[in-house]
Design a protein. Structure first.
Length: 455
């Protein structure tokens, strides 16, 4: 069994940072100590000098869409390509999505798992539920037994069949989820507001109009709607990709009423504004919810620093430049952007360089917190002895510029082109195996494991 000694790195978890050594044996962390004597280890132990580097638990991107079939096409980053760019970003686990075929949730899950076999990093799944049926609880029981811990609900997209429109039916799904110990996550945009705006719209449908057609008021209303159901049932609710100050205010209202609201946001809602939607490259920045204003950025940044946001994920959904630029009509532009690889350096630059977040807080937002919320901890999101040796070596002082030439998405672009960042991943280990080191990708297709959520 091979051994690796990571020596003299700044080991970071959510409680402390210390210069420690970490010994990996096979796929597990065997020992964590102030100093481990190399002479006491097997002669073939590999020593990795981590002086000047942060040693982090593998990053978890808790919201991805790799190889997503949508609108008659497929996203740019396949499971192999998604694994590759993730490894370059220090990400060792992603949580992707299984759609609901509206016949069998278990069959839907099994189909997605078959598709994801080529993954080279580990992965869990959220299960979409797009239709109520009388035996829904039995279906939820079956997917829980199969390893699912979280459902995905939409409050919009009735036109494409994602919306459970009846409140009582939706409440039943929530109650069944609570009874089974499943988390409910929600894409929050009020469908009535969106459809009425669209029906009465007299303007154009340029990329910039996307922001007006799906306003922050729709997000806020939907948060209060699903939060009301959660309040009635005395259960938590997870809000995906919070994008606006108004949405944040709705979260605060619910929390004042005693509702446990877990909030996720993304780097694009923290750092990009709707001005990106203007001009010939505007389609590249179309996603749902849309980009908003600098005021919204600032509100979410403040909430992140104050601990009001629990998870930062990416909603990675990458189409190629060519796919994105096929249309200039916001109704038909393929929605989504790449982001997994850029996650850690963007949040590190905002947090540490700006003096707003400690490295321990960043680890909690990007690794430990998601692992606990989605039932993957402590195997993932920790550096505890006996757990998976998912480890990211990160140079906190390395300055570089994000561009299409310094990132690895098959989309051929990055939404953060020209961003100057501080901090870069040097090595990424998945279960004790080096999958990226010194700029070289070493991942193996099919080596990723499906992770069963434990609640």
């Amino acid at each position: 069994m091979s051994s690796i000694l990571i020596k003299n790195g700044l080991v970071v978890d959510t409680e402390w940072m210390r210069h420690y050594d970490i010994l990996i044996s096979g796929s597990k962390i065997q020992r964590v100590a102030p100093s481990i004597d190399y002479s006491t280890l097997p002669h073939d132990t590999t020593v990795v000098r981590a002086d000047g580097l942060c040693v982090l638990p593998g990053i978890i991107d808790a919201h991805t869409h790799y190889h997503l079939v949508s609108r008659g096409t497929v996203t740019a980053d396949s499971f192999e390509e998604g694994s590759r760019l993730a490894a370059y970003g220090g990400v060792t686990t992603v949580v992707d999505f299984a759609d609901d075929n509206k016949v069998s949730l278990l069959d839907s899950l099994h189909q997605r798992r078959k598709e994801m076999v080529p993954m080279a990093i580990d992965y869990a799944l959220h299960q979409g539920v797009y239709k109520y049926r009388p035996d829904i609880k039995k279906e939820l029981e079956s997917i829980k037994r199969a390893g699912i811990g979280t459902l995905k609900i939409f409050t919009t997209y009735k036109d494409v069949g994602y919306l459970v429109d009846d409140r009582e039916e939706l409440k039943t799904i929530f109650k069944d989820a609570k009874d089974l110990g499943l988390m409910v996550s929600v894409h929050c945009e009020d469908d009535k507001i969106v459809t009425e705006l669209s029906a009465s719209w007299k303007g154009q449908y340029r990329p910039i109009d996307h922001a007006a057609l799906r306003p922050a008021e729709a997000e806020a209303a939907a948060i209060e709607y699903v939060g009301g159901i959660a309040a009635e049932l005395d259960m938590p609710v997870y809000i995906v990709h919070l994008s606006s100050r108004k949405g944040l205010e709705s979260v605060r209202k619910l929390r004042m009423l005693g509702v446990k609201v877990i909030v996720e946001t993304t780097p694009h809602y923290l750092f990009l504004t709707k001005e990106k939607l203007e001009g010939p490259e505007g389609p590249l920045y179309v996603m749902t919810p849309p980009l908003r204003t600098e005021d919204d950025n600032e509100a979410l940044q403040e909430a992140l620093v104050n601990g009001e946001i629990q998870v930062v994920a990416t909603d990675h959904c990458s189409f190629t430049r060519e796919q994105k630029l096929e249309s200039n009509d916001c109704r038909t532009i393929y929605p989504g952007i790449p982001g997994t690889e850029e996650l850690l350096p963007l949040i590190h630059t905002f947090g540490m360089v700006g003096g707003r977040l400690s490295m321990s807080q960043i680890v909690n937002l990007l690794s430990t917190g998601p692992a606990k919320i989605f039932g993957l901890y402590p195997e993932k999101g920790s550096l505890e002895v006996g757990t998976d040796a998912d480890i990211t070596l990160f140079d906190p002082d390395y300055s570089w510029t994000i561009s299409k030439d310094t990132t690895h998405s098959a989309s051929g672009y990055t939404a953060y082109e020209g961003f100057n960042v501080t901090g870069k991943v040097v090595m990424t280990y998945l279960r004790g195996r080096l999958v990226m080191g010194d700029g070289i990708y070493l991942g193996l297709s099919g080596d990723g494991k499906f992770l069963r959520a434990k609640r």
